[in-house]
Design a protein around this ligand. Structure first.
Ligand code: CS2
Ligand code: MN
Length: 356
């Protein structure tokens, strides 16, 4: 496995490349150009500048998280062909500069959803949390304000102010989009882009829906094993693959993460490893990565990756805010760096234990 660290760029991240370089094992970067609106081709000079910046710091840029999908592609609106053409241009530009994996998601309107970005945990740290009864109280058209108020000035991936200002319109665009239609639209997109992915050796890695169940009446198609089986078989190229996010899928007790890793092994190109504490179905908060702190067994998860001979990319996912760090919710330095140290420890122990 290759450990990496998500970095939002020098204008939009409290963490620096110099700090990331000092994390044990010197992780590579999952980078992005967050200011380029979904639907547009990423300018070559901007990609070059990002690559240079990362490499000048002694790190590698082989994963992009995310190249976002324009809503017309998800709804199947006429502008989708232009947006897909631009997406292909982006794939070609990234691939010819050494990018190996693109992470993306196919969630309508919102990316991940939480009811609280600063839930206080018993030890005084804060973490993202989701409580169904709180979500049920929110009018989705106001959720943008709720979320952006909580983000303390950081742009949150998937909650870009520009999109949130059009939220009514976005909801309206999905009224006719059933799960089946959304799946057809994903297939249309994959059929169009995968030949370029093969040519430029860029693997697509879809992120599951977070949380992995329906919200606000919107369709969802990446929630569980059966959804994933469908999406991998709709386009059988290995370039159509998965970002297996343990904390995202693991929020539903129906998802057995080690079993999913073993089942989908050859199509997992990227994995997000994190833990959550499930209080009851639909209510959870994020925790430290440690198995004892959450509901997921990180040893079993890493053991499954070890057993399948995982060689793809792995990053710690959201962390808590600890030691008074001020950072984008979920994306501080400290708790994610602790996550990496723990993941490396598990991996080394499994590896050496296996040799004994
Ligand atoms: C999330 C997402 O996985 C995560 O940490 O915060 O924003 C994720 O990056 C996207 O859904 C991938 O497209
Ligand atoms: Mn994730």
């Amino acid at each position: 496995m290759k450990i990496i660290f998500r970095w939002f760029g020098s204008n939009d991240d409290s963490v620096t490349l110099e700090q990331i370089r000092q994390i044990p094992g010197k992780p590579g970067i999952a980078g992005t150009l967050g200011d380029i609106p979904a639907g547009e081709a990423w300018p070559a000079n901007r990609i070059d500048a990002l690559k240079k910046q990362v490499e000048d710091a002694g790190l590698k840029l082989e994963v992009i998280e995310s190249v976002n999908i324009h809503d017309s592609i998800k709804t199947g609106a006429p502008e989708r062909d232009k947006c897909i053409e631009n997406y292909i241009t982006t794939i070609e530009r990234l691939g010819s500069r050494g990018v190996k994996v693109i992470c993306y998601n196919f969630m309508p309107v919102f990316d991940w959803t939480r009811s609280d970005l600063y839930k206080k945990l018993e030890d005084g740290s804060t973490a993202l949390s989701y409580e169904q009864k709180e979500i049920d109280k929110i009018n989705p058209e106001n959720i943008a304000q709720t979320i952006s108020k909580g983000s303390k000035g950081y742009s949150l991936p998937g909650w870009e102010p520009e999109r949130m200002s059009r939220i009514k319109e976005l909801f309206a665009a999905y009224t006719e989009v059933t799960e089946e239609k959304l799946r057809d639209n994903l297939k249309y997109f994959l059929d169009a882009i995968i030949p370029s992915c093969e040519k430029y050796d860029v693997k697509m890695a879809i992120h599951p829906d977070d949380p992995p169940w329906g919200i606000f009446g919107l369709p969802r198609i990446v929630r569980n094993e059966s959804d994933i089986t469908k999406l991998l078989s709709m386009c059988s190229s290995p370039y159509n693959g998965l970002t297996l996010c343990t904390g995202c899928l693991g929020a539903s007790t129906a998802n057995d993460i080690p079993a999913m890793i073993r089942k989908f092994a050859d199509r997992i190109h990227f994995t997000h490893v994190r833990n959550i504490k499930i209080h009851s179905e639909g209510d959870f908060n994020e925790t430290s990565h440690l198995s004892a702190d959450g509901s997921l067994d990180l040893y079993e998860i890493m053991k499954a990756y070890y057993d399948v001979g995982y060689t793809g990319y792995l990053r710690p996912d959201h962390g808590r805010m600890i030691w008074n760090e001020q950072a984008r919710p979920g994306y501080g330095l400290y708790d994610r760096a602790l996550g990496i140290a723990y993941i490396n420890g598990l991996w080394e122990a499994i590896n050496k234990g296996n040799r004994a």
